[in-house]
Design a protein around this ligand. Structure first.
Ligand SMILES: Nc1ncnc2c1ncn2[C@@H]1O[C@H](COP(=O)(O)OP(=O)(O)OP(=O)(O)O)[C@@H](O)[C@H]1O
Ligand SMILES: [Mg+2]
Length: 239
């Protein structure tokens, strides 16, 4: 479904992503892990179209995305959340989700129904009239997920949506991700919460200094000595 080949991103002399290649097959849940500054979010930005790579290609369902801007890619079915959640603070929860739904090219009436259905789905209907700015972090993260889902993605890129959540909230989020996946959504998930990612990802990609240093099933990747050295510090204990 998603195929990244030889992607390199340079920022004024800093190589943030260095010749990264990987694929995510339809229906899968893949994890993307690695230390702070490894280039994970930058890699997402090359997939969603916010950054043009200096080399390499990104393909979605066989189609080269190079000439497509973020709105085009969203319409093709690539959705994403942002690591730094930035809802329209003055708008209600409902209207924030409506903004996502409107990018689909639906009529306003249809978009309203999409927004309501998405809020129901995420158990946020009771918060529909609350101003986004007044939500606590966990709910702002959930709103960010709702906004992204309302765009109607078939591939969804999640950038640390579990950061700052308590264990109950993490478990709720994992259950939701599993349910969305069971309905056909393909996911690529950046996450620092290793126990969380171990529980849902079928494949894990490890990025370090812009390079993919390991990829494979989570149990194998977390035993990789290089992954332990650069990221985990110590071997991961079972949850
Ligand atoms: N727009 C930009 N301009 C210049 N440098 C940037 C830009 N965006 C990211 N960088 C740099 O690129 C490198 C990779 O950053 P990135 O945000 O992709 O890392 P990350 O793996 O997402 O880290 P974290 O886990 O902290 O979110 C870092 O050194 C960062 O400072
Ligand atoms: Mg990041």
């Amino acid at each position: 479904m998603l195929e990244v080949r030889g992607v390199t991103v340079d920022f004024h002399g800093l190589r943030a992503v260095d010749d990264a290649s990987f694929r995510v097959d339809e229906g899968r849940i893949a994890g993307l892990i690695g230390p702070n500054g490894a280039g994970k979010t930058t890699l997402f930005n090359t997939v969603s179209g916010m950054i043009k790579p200096s080399a390499g290609s990104v393909r979605f369902e066989g189609r080269d995305l190079a000439r497509l801007d973020p709105a085009d890619r969203s319409r093709l079915g690539i959705g994403r959340t942002f690591q730094i959640v930035k809802p329209f603070g003055g708008l209600s929860v409902r209207d924030n989700v409506l903004v996502g739904a409107l990018t689909r090219g639906q009529s306003v009436g249809e978009a309203r129904r999409t927004a309501e259905a998405t809020l129901e789905r995420l158990d946020m209907a009771r918060l529909a009239d609350v101003r986004a700015a007044s939500l606590p972090l966990a709910l702002r993260k959930r709103l960010e997920l709702a906004r992204a889902l309302a765009t109607g993605p078939r591939l969804l890129l999640l950038d640390e949506i579990m950061g700052g959540l308590n264990p109950t909230e993490v478990n709720e989020t994992l259950a939701l991700i599993r349910a969305l996946n069971a309905e056909g959504l393909t996911l690529l998930i950046i996450e620092h919460n290793m126990h969380a990612i171990m529980q849902i990802a079928e494949t894990v990609l490890v990025l370090n200094q812009g390079r993919i240093i390991a990829q494979g099933p989570p149990a194998a990747v977390t035993r990789d000595p290089q992954v332990i050295a650069v990221y985990l510090g110590v071997p991961l204990e079972p949850a």
